[in-house]
Design a protein around this ligand. Sequence first.
Ligand SMILES: NC(=O)c1ccc[n+]([C@@H]2O[C@H](COP(=O)([O-])OP(=O)(O)OC[C@H]3O[C@@H](n4cnc5c(N)ncnc54)[C@H](OP(=O)(O)O)[C@@H]3O)[C@@H](O)[C@H]2O)c1
Length: 496
Amino acid sequence: MSNMIVILGASGDLTARKLIPALYNNFRKKRLPEGTSVLGFARRPYTDDEFRQKMKEAVVSFAADDFDKEEWERFSGLLFYHQGAFSDEEHYQGLSQRMSTLGSAPQNCVFYLSTAPEFYPMIVTHLAAANLLSETEGGYRRVIAEKPFGRDLESALSLNRVLHGALQEHQIYRIDHYLGKETVQNVVVFRFGNAIFEPLWNRNYVDHVQITVAESAGIEHRANYYDTAGVLRDMFQNHLLQLLSLVAMEPPAVFDADTLRNEKVKVLSALREISPEHSARSTVRGQYEGYLTENGVGRNSTTETFAAVRLFIDNWRWQGVPFYLRSGKLLKEKVSEITVQFRRPPTQILDVQAGKTELFTNRLSIQIQPNEGMHLRFLAKVPDEGMQTRPVEMAFNFRESFGAKAIPEAYERLLLDALNGDASLFARSDEIELAWKFIDSIREGWKSEYAPPMMQYEKGTWGPRAADDLLGRDGRWWGQGSGNDDGPMQNPIARA
Ligand SMILES: NC(=O)c1ccc[n+]([C@@H]2O[C@H](COP(=O)([O-])OP(=O)(O)OC[C@H]3O[C@@H](n4cnc5c(N)ncnc54)[C@H](OP(=O)(O)O)[C@@H]3O)[C@@H](O)[C@H]2O)c1
């Protein structure tokens, strides 16, 4: 039996930057199943050797610390390339023949759609027509689809219809690489592997939750894509709502892909849609100064590079607890963080010190990146200062506890899971559709007479001031980006 990964779009950026370095690392760690080969498919006329040389340069650049010449020589023998165009049906016959010469039947095969999503329907239809997607006894056929998966509910439904015309749901692996991050998976371990937090993880003890996915980079060379997408589509529909569902979901009865995803779907189904009338009160949108003069951006573009959203989950556990989400480009720091802010003690028995203790609440910060780890804030007595108190922190840091190399690239795990048939960390069709439904409701509001104004923000800040007001109106503040701040618990974020 042979295993094959066919990368459609193998001469592109994702293949060089992420996929081949991840496969190489899995090979080096002896995790790639025995008899696995990788067949690249794209238009550029590479020979196998030229493809290997390009991929070697990529691995040297993107997995530099782990490059080992001898390991590379062994790994590169598994790489092959087949030239072809997505639109040409005959090229899939050629691909099929090439696959037969490289592997023995029955074949296990993962097709990785590493190209622009508009090609997905065409590729899948042609793969099916070439009989490359039918599972034979003892051999599987799977398709991995990169994000973005649609640009709204309608397009996602239509893409799902095409995929379901050629594949069964269990054969489809929709990537959200955030789910491959160790720190994201650790949210599940943290919540359901430890007994002490779960009793507090609800509306009785949690005041609110914040999720920040901030980027310090701008749109770089992606203007053409980004200007047609914006941060709601690019970050909220996938990464932020995935983080939200992991934080908010009920414990799954067992840890398998469908049970886990059923629980996430329940959270997404309970999201209260933001009606147009509530748009300005519950959402903020912004553009960094200078966005409209970026190359490739329309001069009158109304694409948002920043958004903040206040949402509610209408279920038993979270009724009335606000979740504040924000994400944007060219912000002060690159940081992804979940903050669970607990309620204040029911009664204040300690002396209030200069207005500090009265503001104090416990807070748990889960740092997804960088400084991967967790920080729990609680109040402590300052020694030799009477009953003066100060917030202090208990910290766990992945690298300190498990070593600098403990955190692999998300794609390593995701590719292995797809090869091993574990879809837990991939999005199911209903998850994607519910997420789009919610995002579409915000976009509807933004098109209506109730739309919040498009705010400008200075590069290198935490976004428009209106994002602070979103919480400020509720008497709350964003936590600081680094998770390491020492100030009082509810200070406003330090602005640039
Ligand atoms: N790059 C990243 O870091 C990144 C991160 C997250 C998600 N993604 C997603 O990953 C996917 C791929 O992104 P990418 O950055 O790798 O794109 P890319 O650099 O533009 O690569 C596109 C690939 O598709 C091939 N291709 C395009 N048209 C073709 C055709 N008609 N027939 C055959 N091959 C064709 C190109 O090959 P030829 O040029 O040889 O024709 C190239 O190999 C996208 O969905 C993107 O959103 C990328």
